[in-house]
Design a protein around this ligand. Structure first.
Ligand code: NIG
Ligand code: FE
Length: 424
């Protein structure tokens, strides 16, 4: 077989070799490290992963791209499995409000927060949303992210805007190097219009929106913001179960700020992931472990909300909950596309080991999007999505924080990003 791309002499090749499912407990520390590694790619697939030289069965040809991995660390493409990628406007004015002590939920309750992004997203045209989201995707790709989840939720009762967001995400999925998985999150806030009558809005989501999202194949997942003053556990359950009936896989924003029993709900409903979980209960964590619900943790959000409270990642891993990590990129609670920073926060603040962090950001992220058969590890037959970091080892990427360590990104077997230095 002839290879299109070969990367050899890789100091640290992190394969994440193992079962095609979310990893738990000590599995989260088994990263399949190969020193002096070599990887061969053909078309959009990985055809060889090993040590030293290629076997005789794999040949190079005159057009094969040869990349030297000396001094480099190679990992599977990073998976950012929780973002609010497509939205209008930005909310930098909330920084000074938060510095003065304003709380996220108070800003939302007062008609700001998500509601102000709803207005900006309604006003933006398809092309404006597309261009803004594309800029963010370019940045994400540069940080080594090859697969991204994108939620709607900035249209709310304005279903056309919800659809517009999902259509932008789906169009970018066709046009951009980065693979995008779409999530319907109409239940992101109670619209101001339905403040005194949230039940009407819930009925609209269940009876009108979910069937249409499913029929038009606009999304793979359905998500709900289960939070104090937003959607209750009962409301969330109803919405997620309606989604399931229409083939939308359940995810939930759970116990982000107040302890709500969101983790318990996720286990009960059979959510693929429960996300945030800063205030998750011990019982909820145990129930998630039992049901194999992935904890999708978002430390960038804790950092930006200035609460000083982070999810108990180590406890979750110890309890047997598979842990994933994502940016939660959005204009309010986490305005960053930097997955590498999130990985550093996970380690420095939540005390996850670098091995747990890379597992969370690759194969467990893939499982969070039900893509564990295709991506998330470097193994023969999987998609040729990988990152070459200009870093001598994994620890270095996480320890030397806040900068971009990416040297090159290969996505679907094609060179998609290369670091350039433009110092004049
Ligand atoms: O995951 N909490 C709800 N949704 C987002 C924030 C969205 C926003 O503030 O615009 C989150 O934190
Ligand atoms: Fe979110």
């Amino acid at each position: 077989m002839k290879a299109d791309i070969v990367i050899k002499n890789i100091d640290n090749l992190i394969t994440l070799k193992g079962p095609n499912r979310a990893r738990v407990n000590e599995e989260m520390r088994e990263i399949g490290l190969i020193n002096d590694g070599i990887v061969a790619l053909k078309d959009d697939k990985i055809i060889y992963v090993g040590k030293g030289e290629l076997p005789a069965s794999i040949k190079t040809h005159k057009d094969t791209i040869l990349i030297d991995g000396k001094g480099k660390t190679v990992t599977p493409g990073l998976v950012d499995s929780h973002t609010h990628l497509v939205h209008g406007g930005s909310r930098e004015h909330e920084l000074s409000m938060k510095l003065k002590g304003a709380k996220y939920l108070d800003i939302l309750e007062a008609g700001g927060g998500i509601h102000s992004t709803v207005n900006a997203t309604k006003e933006a045209s398809f092309d404006q949303l597309y261009d803004k989201a594309k800029k963010s995707l370019d940045i994400m790709l540069g940080f080594g992210v090859t697969t991204v989840e994108a939620k709607s939720g900035y249209g709310l009762e304005d279903f056309d805007t919800e659809i517009k967001q999902m259509e932008v995400a789906n169009k970018l999925n066709e046009d951009h190097y980065v693979d995008i998985v779409s999530t319907f999150m109409g239940a992101h806030a109670i619209p101001t219009k339905y403040k005194d009558n949230p039940r009407t809005f819930i009925d609209i989501i269940i009876d009108e929106m979910i069937p249409k999202v499913s029929e038009r194949k606009l999304a793979k997942f359905c998500d709900v913001f289960c939070e104090k003053g937003v959607f209750s556990v009962e409301d969330s359950k109803e919405i997620l179960e309606a989604g399931i009936r229409y083939g939308l896989l359940p995810k939930v924003h759970a116990d982000e700020i107040e302890p709500m029993g969101g983790a318990e709900l996720a286990a009960e409903v059979g959510c693929i992931t429960a996300d945030h979980l800063v205030a998750a209960s011990e019982i909820g964590i145990k129930m998630m472990a039992e049901k194999g619900v992935i904890a999708n943790l978002l430390p960038g959000t804790s950092f930006n909300l200035q609460t000083g409270k982070f999810a108990r990642a180590k406890r979750m891993i110890e309890a047997g909950v598979p842990v994933a990590l994502s940016t939660d990129y959005n204009p309010g609670s986490c305005p960053t596309e930097n997955m590498q920073l999130v990985m550093s926060l996970a380690s420095i603040v939540m005390k996850m080991t670098p091995e747990e962090v890379i597992t969370a950001a690759t194969i467990n992220g893939a499982a969070s999007l039900k893509l564990e058969e295709q991506i998330g590890s470097l193994e023969v037959g999987k998609k040729a999505d990988l990152v070459i970091f200009d870093a001598p080892n994994l620890d270095y990427i996480i320890y030397h924080f806040g900068i971009n360590h990416t040297d090159k990104v290969i996505r679907n077997g094609k060179l998609a990003f290369e670091k350039t230095t433009n110092i004049l």
